[in-house]
Design a protein around this ligand. Structure first.
Ligand SMILES: [Zn+2]
Length: 277
């Protein structure tokens, strides 16, 4: 079997389950156990662990790996777990932390779970019914206030990766926010994920034109009242952001593998293509 055929065969292993009909009805996780695994791996591998207190809620945790004071090596931000019915993100981050293969000298900033109460309840919103990923302009939720306060103290990020899932999609896809037309990582990310998970090749995804699993919305954040995390990042912390969407109507291991592959692909493509000139 040649390698292209073998890649296709692997990608065809996973089939859409068609069981998530009006919401995500799939596997759930013990987020507290997953988080504690993340913290243990981070500690074992020399990451700085910062507890971010959140009033009336479980703390958030920010993990930082800063091998170099030289920011020319790049600063990469990764976050997940903002939607409580998207378990593959925290699992993918756990796998990446345990594997501990990161680009040499890159500074990494990682938040393994932005919505602990939502994950505990397996629901998109937090325990008060607030979709935290719509809170980044007019912010009231304590989790988001705490997250923004932490971000305001961090340096500029060269690239941001936000890990999500979508129970409606036919495969993996990615949103790219790249207003300065910097070298894109999206094609490489999709090509690498295609080896382990189907790609959503629809021409319209989430109501937006898409091409080969890539959505490049031409939205001006100022024109939208309900900001997702990526809009805050684009407006304040970065000029290159990827929202990585695994298809949650597929088996959980496939989605975790897809997100791990997507992050790995972005990290390997980043030093060559996305660094500031
Ligand atoms: Zn999401």
């Amino acid at each position: 079997m040649d390698s292209a055929t073998s890649k296709q065969a692997k990608a065809q292993i996973a089939q859409r389950l068609r069981k998530n009909i009006s919401s995500y009805l799939g596997e759930t996780i013990d987020i507290d156990a997953v988080l504690s695994d993340c913290l243990a791996a981070a500690k074992a591998n020399g990451w700085l662990i910062e507890e971010i207190p959140v009033p009336q809620k479980p703390s958030l945790f920010a993990l930082t790996r800063s091998p170099s004071a030289n920011t020319n090596h790049g600063s990469i931000y990764i976050s997940t777990g903002i939607h409580g019915d998207e378990p593959a993100g925290p699992l993918a981050v756990r796998e990446l932390l345990q594997e501990n293969q990161w680009p040499e000298n890159a500074n990494l900033f990682l938040i393994p779970c932005l919505n602990p109460t939502g994950l505990r309840l397996n629901r998109r919103e937090n325990d008060q019914g607030v979709d935290l990923n719509r809170e980044y302009l007019n912010t009231k939720a304590p989790e988001t206030l705490a997250h923004i306060h932490w971000m305001s103290r961090q340096p500029f990020f060269d690239v941001c990766l936000c890990l999500h899932e979508d129970w409606e999609s036919d495969g993996f896809y990615v949103y790219e926010l790249n207003p300065d037309n910097r070298p894109s990582l999206a094609d490489h990310v999709v090509a690498q994920v295609a080896e382990v998970c189907p790609i959503d090749l629809s021409e319209i995804i989430e109501g937006r034109p898409a091409q080969k699993g890539i959505i490049r919305p031409s939205v001006d954040p100022r024109s939208r009242p309900q900001w997702p995390e990526a809009f805050y990042l684009l407006s304040n912390k970065t000029r290159l952001s990827y929202t990585l969407e695994a298809p949650s109507d597929f088996p959980l291991p496939t989605r975790v593998t897809a997100l791990v592959a997507a992050v790995r692909a972005a990290l390997t493509a980043f030093p060559a293509t996305a660094r500031k000139p």
